[in-house]
Design a binder for this molecule. Sequence first.
Ligand SMILES: [Zn+2]
Length: 156
Amino acid sequence: MSAVNKITEIFRNFVPEYLERFGSSIPSEHRKAITAILTCRTDGHGLLYYECEKCGEMHVAFRSCGNRHCPACQNHKTRQWMVRQMKRQLPGHHFMVTFTVPSELWDVIRKNQKKCYAIMFAASSQAMGELIAKGRHVKGDASGFFGVLHTWGRQI
Ligand SMILES: [Zn+2]
């Protein structure tokens, strides 16, 4: 089973419980993403008819959802992003620093995403700047960093 199919299966198995547990506190954007992922490449998004250049036959396929959070639709874009980031990589040492948020704040963040994400990026950027300035943990002639919001944990 592919990773995309696994994620869709996880959604099918746990979305009802998730919706029941968090109900009205789920942002509408999350509901849209959940619906898109669950219905991606099903008849929920219609059918696509195309003529194959090799065999000349007409084929029918389910349309994808196009939601930016859908792993099926965005897998190729994620890979393209990775390739672009790798090309931007400067010669030298690199490492990843992960900033996490205590679970007690998850609900507050869920309800105030725009403000909270801005605060998280500002705080993590400030912390990285201070570490670099002190030179105790990060050394080098030219240190730099960029931030990526990662809302799914390793266990999804
Ligand atoms: Zn999709």
